[in-house]
Ligand binder design. Structure first.
Ligand code: TRP
Length: 343
């Protein structure tokens, strides 16, 4: 969106979400070249952002409702209970930017519970999943019915490209709150998380607020159930990545001969997700120009979910250009929301 139109002139009910045509989308060529690169690394890997095609996004929404995956509910409870304080302490932002907005539920909960006073709110939704953007912008538009005047802009893009678009000068200079929820920070390794946070800081004006949700270290049994549930939904979510490669890149993965495995790596403080080959087998993915044999028990590493200690989060943010405003912890489910400001 670069027309400079003032959407505030539109009557609220007519307001349609705006899609940013400049945001970098994930192309089939990029998918093919990432699959080629990561699948031939040792150990073999696949980047987790490709989980979220339409089916993957739907499976992830199902994961969020599983009794064993408590991240989403714990975070929603904190947002609901402390929404007002978050808005106050964030400096009454008029622009909210969510990195990886998914279903939009968390943002809707925060706005509903926290927003007070008049004036329009700009909501920027950044996600790699076009289907999630459709669902979330529709859900958030409903806020206009509960007396919150929102303008929604969607960015089908990676976090960085989306944030760049969302914070461009032309989008107005009101106080900004960037949200990075769902413990998505846990999907970076520690150096990657620090580099990512520095990158975010570099895009923000001094004083801008940043709210981050992170899952905490807890017992192994609880952690493993969250990533390997008895209904097999997480397994389906993980294996769908192979199905997606078959669908979109003409691959011939025999999906039934790959098992979902979650492992708690205590030394690294992370849950690892793997797809383990149940037999020696040949795999071809023509569009990615790969043809290889994978051994029995050999795995494809698809995701890590790092778990934090509460002070770890604060320290990491302080080292990357932020000062801590407040932290809220759900001790029962082991989850922390941390609000910081760019210094
Ligand atoms: N960000 C989520 C997390 O790490 C993503 C997630 C939940 C996930 N369950 C998963 C990723 C299973 C891969 C497999 O908690």
């Amino acid at each position: 969106m670069s027309s400079g139109q003032d959407h505030r002139e539109l009557p609220m009910r007519q307001r349609q979400p705006v899609t940013d045509p400049h945001a970098a989308q994930t192309s089939p060529e990029q998918f093919a070249s990432d699959v080629q690169y990561y699948l031939t690394l040792n150990p073999r890997q696949l980047p987790s952002r490709y989980f979220y095609d339409a089916l993957g996004s739907a499976l992830f929404e199902a994961i969020c409702r599983l009794p064993w995956y408590r991240v989403t509910r714990a975070e929603l409870r904190l947002l609901e209970a402390h929404g007002r304080e978050i808005f106050e302490r964030a400096g009454r932002p008029t622009r909210l930017v969510e990195l990886g907005s998914g279903s939009g539920d968390k943002l809707a909960t925060l706005v509903e519970s926290g927003r007070s006073g008049a004036g329009p709110l700009d909501l920027h939704l950044i996600d790699v999943s076009p289907s999630a953007l459709v669902v979330s912008s529709r859900a958030l538009s409903a806020l206009n019915d509960v007396d919150v005047d929102v303008r929604i802009v969607t960015h089908e893009a990676s976090y960085e490209a989306g944030l760049l678009e969302a914070t461009r000068e032309a989008w107005g200079a009101g106080p900004t709150l960037v949200l990075f929820l769902g413990s998505n920070i846990g999907n970076f390794d520690r150096p990657g998380a620090e580099a990512f946070l520095r990158g975010i800081r570099a895009r923000l004006a001094r004083g801008a607020a940043f709210l981050i949700g992170a899952d905490l270290v807890k017992g192994e049994r609880e952690l493993l159930l969250a990533y390997d549930d008895p209904l097999g939904v997480t397994a389906a979510f993980n294996r769908n990545l192979l199905a997606r490669i078959n669908r979109e890149l003409g691959g011939d993965f025999d999906i039934e001969r790959f098992a979902h495995r979650a492992v708690w790596n205590r030394e690294e403080s992370r849950v690892e997700m793997h797809l383990v080959s149940l037999a020696p087998q040949r795999v071809r993915v023509p569009a990615a120009e790969i043809d290889f044999t994978i051994e029995e028990h050999e795995s494809i590493w698809t995701e890590s979910s790092y778990k934090y200690q509460p002070d770890d989060i604060v320290r990491t943010l302080q080292q990357t250009g932020f000062e801590c405003v407040r932290q809220w912890i759900d001790a029962g489910d082991g989850f922390a929301l941390t609000l910081v400001k760019a210094v």
